[in-house]
Structure formats: structure tokens, C-alpha cells
Design a protein around this ligand. Structure first.
Ligand code: DGL
Length: 268
């Protein structure tokens, strides 16, 4: 059986993961569902997000996906265990890249940027406990930052101000790693690179998750026509499709790396 990967996020953030997967394997069919009617997940309760996660995974599976990537740290934190128990397709989740950030840190001080939902979740607490070793891991909630990205704003004074405000002090105190714990923030790499000192590394989970997805596809015995022609990522949004399209246009215009997309009518 051929692999079809279903990827979802609350909005455009997971497109950064879809881009990484498409870059590794351009012929792999990907269905992308943006739950934009319920954006932002970061401010919702864990129960609410869990219910949405079940619903969205069911929709992707019903529409033919046989591997799922939850390209959202907040939804993975709230719902990964539940959907793994409920569905028998392989499901890959996202978590803030604490482990590689700790491994790379020379100063033993690591920052994690994420939504309030991810930061208050037990999943991140467990992850930090398991991997922080002798390093200090400082979590920084960024309310409103994913909202700017969701509006297509990935640079400019508002974004810069929010990031400077959050990062200036902890970086001055010696942090040398910034782990991006929200898929929306992957699009902020250029502005982050500009405002952070050179010795501070940015750690993103998009590429590792894409590699892991291909590995899981192999393990599951699903086929991928690697020599096949490049395909577009088929995109749906649960909210206003025109708003989703205009965000995508703004992201592209601002230089964000995106895969080729075919944006479809909203899911009822
Ligand atoms: N992209 C989502 C994540 O990785 C969060 C955005 C939101 O708040 O909905 O956590």
C-alpha cells in the first residue's frame, strides 16, 4: 500500500513540517489540514485541544491518510497519547527539541519558546526532567506570537519587539540555545537569527520529524514512489479558506519556505 501522510496543525505552522517532508521526498502524497476555525490552540484547555485532535485525525484517516503527523506541539502535548490509543495508523507527534538543545549547549543554559498550552503541559515537564541533565532549561511562553505568524507577519517591528522582550535578558544571562517549541515559530528563523548573537543556536524540530516520518513509513511497510514526480501538498482549512490563502501568500511574499500547495475548499 502507498503511503499518504496526513499532517495537521491549528493553522499554518505545520506547513514548516510539511515543507521539510516535501523537501526530503517531493513525490510523497501529503494532505495538510489547518484547524484554523479553532486557532489558536495555545490558549485553549487541554481537553478542548484533545477533542479537536481526535476529530482532525479521524478526518484525515477517513480521507485516506495512513500515517499522521501532528505538526503542532500544543496538540501533541494535549492529545498524542489519546489518538495513539484510538487509531491504528502510525502517529508522529512533535515536542520542543529540548534534548538536542541540551546536548549542544556549552553554557548549559537552554531556552524553550512555546505556547502557554505546551509550557503548562505535563509532556514538556517530563521531557525536561528526562533530558535536562545538568543544564538549566528555561521555558518562555509566547502568547500572541503564533497569532502574528498566522496573520502572515513573520518579521517587522511587532515580531521583533516581542522576541527581543522575551530573549534579551535570558541570552544576556548566558543561554546559548533557543529551542523552537511551536511550529509557527519555524517561520521566524530569519528574524531570530538577526536579533540573536552568533554564538546562540536555533534548534527546530521540523527536519528531524520529517526524517522520522519517512522512517516510520518504512517500518510500517508502506510504499513510497521515491522516483515519482513531485506532487503538490493538498491543503484544507476548517476556517475561512480565503484568510488561509492570504496568509500563505503573505508568508511566501515574506520569503518563507513553503512546499507547492493546492488549497482546497474548507472542510464542513
Ligand atoms: N503551531 C502550534 C504549536 O506547534 C501552536 C499554535 C497555536 O497556538 O495554535 O504549538
Amino acid at each position: 500500500m502507498r503511503a499518504t501522510v496526513g499532517i495537521f496543525d491549528s493553522g499554518v505552522g505545520g506547513l514548516s513540517v510539511a515543507e521539510a517532508l516535501h523537501r526530503l521526498c517531493p513525490s510523497l502524497p501529503i494532505h495538510y489540514l489547518a484547524d484554523s476555525a479553532f486557532f489558536p490552540y495555545g490558549d485553549r484547555t487541554a481537553d478542548e485541544i484533545q477533542e479537536r485532535t481526535v476529530l482532525i485525525v479521524r478526518r484525515l484517516v477517513d480521507e485516506g491518510a495512513n500515517v499522521i503527523v501532528i505538526a503542532c506541539n500544543t496538540a501533541s502535548s494535549a492529545g498524542l497519547e489519546r489518538v495513539r490509543a484510538e487509531f491504528d495508523v502510525p502517529i508522529i507527534g512533535m515536542e520542543p527539541p529540548v534534548k538536542p538543545a541540551v546536548e549542544q549547549s556549552l553554557s548549559r543554559r537552554v531556552l524553550v519558546l512555546a505556547t502557554a498550552g505546551t509550557i503548562s503541559g505535563q509532556r514538556l515537564a517530563r521531557l525536561t526532567e528526562r533530558h535536562s541533565a545538568d543544564a538549566e532549561v528555561v521555558t518562555i511562553p509566547m502568547p500572541g506570537l503564533a497569532d502574528l505568524v498566522e496573520g502572515g507577519e513573520i518579521d517587522g517591528p511587532r515580531v521583533e519587539e516581542m522576541l527581543r522582550h522575551a530573549l534579551e535578558e535570558p541570552v544576556a544571562e548566558g543561554a546559548d540555545q533557543v529551542a523552537l517549541g511551536c511550529t509557527h515559530y519555524a517561520f521566524l528563523r530569519p528574524v531570530l537569527r538577526r536579533i540573536l548573537p552568533e554564538h546562540v543556536d536555533l534548534v527546530d524540530a521540523g527536519d528531524p520529524v520529517a526524517r522520522r516520518t519517512l522512517h516510520v513509513i518504512d517500518e510500517a511497510g508502506l510504499e513510497v514512489d521515491r522516483a515519482g514526480a513531485e506532487v503538490e501538498v493538498l491543503c484544507y482549512a476548517t476556517g475561512d479558506v480565503t484568510a488561509f490563502e492570504s496568509t500563505v501568500d503573505r508568508l511566501r511574499a515574506a520569503g518563507a519556505a513553503l512546499p507547492p500547495l493546492r488549497i482546497s475548499r474548507p472542510v464542513a
